[in-house]
Design a protein around this ligand. Structure first.
Ligand code: IMP
Length: 197
């Protein structure tokens, strides 16, 4: 079955392709539909944005679509940057612009109050209007400086408590065993299995 991933984020695409390996999807990306624009992510929550992207891509391509809306929610910032994670340091911000801004904002926050979580909502939508969402989260703390070379986004500043390493210090395989995205897509896979006769 063909499915279009409703994202241009290379980091997400690599992880989703790996996490859904063996599910029988032929995964297309927006690169296969030049000129197709994603709708603005202007909803209040991850679920709203994920559904908006999946619905839009499914209706424009005529193929079922999977969207991922995700972000980092920091307790000391009352859940921010949350749905604004991708553009935290402004339009066109790079990953390092965003996490450097975060480190600056948290400069005076002591270790015990640097708790945060990554949240992911994966939305599946068909051109015929069927839709379903799955969520996952990962608890951690924000470090004092970036560490590690893997991953994308805020991975270099997000410390996973067990191993005490940032997500960017975990290999892609290790990140895919614990991440918010792995949990959301794990739920999607469980649901898919139940749909099979
Ligand atoms: P959006 O879902 O396109 O709005 O963008 C999500 C943003 O959240 C990304 O651009 C990253 O900055 C951040 N983000 C989401 N998931 C991850 C992750 O697994 N690691 C690091 N940053 C992430």
């Amino acid at each position: 079955m063909k499915i279009v991933l409703a994202t241009r984020n290379r980091g997400k695409i690599e992880e989703i392709k790996e996490l859904l390996k063996g599910c029988g999807f032929e995964m297309l990306t927006l690169d296969d539909f030049p000129g197709l624009a994603l709708p603005p992510e202007d909803m209040r929550d991850f679920k709203g944005n994920a559904l908006k992207k999946a619905r839009s891509v499914a209706s424009k391509t005529g193929i079922p679509s999977l969207a991922d809306d995700s972000g980092l929610c920091v307790d000391a910032l009352q859940g921010g940057p949350g749905v604004h994670s991708a553009r935290y340091a402004g339009k066109g911000a790079t990953d390092s612009d965003n996490y450097e801004k975060l480190l600056k904002e948290l400069k005076n926050i002591p270790p015990g109050q640097r708790t945060a979580r990554f949240v992911c909502v994966a939305a599946l939508a068909t051109p015929g209007g069927r839709e379903k969402t799955f969520d996952g989260s990962l608890e951690g703390v924000i470090g004092n400086e970036p560490r590690g070379e893997y991953g994308f986004g805020y991975d270099p500043v997000f410390i996973v408590p067990g191993p005490g390493k940032t997500l960017a210090e975990l290999s892609p395989e290790e990140k895919n065993m614990v991440s918010h995205r792995a949990k959301a897509l794990g739920r999607l896979k469980d649901w898919l299995k139940k749909q099979m006769p």
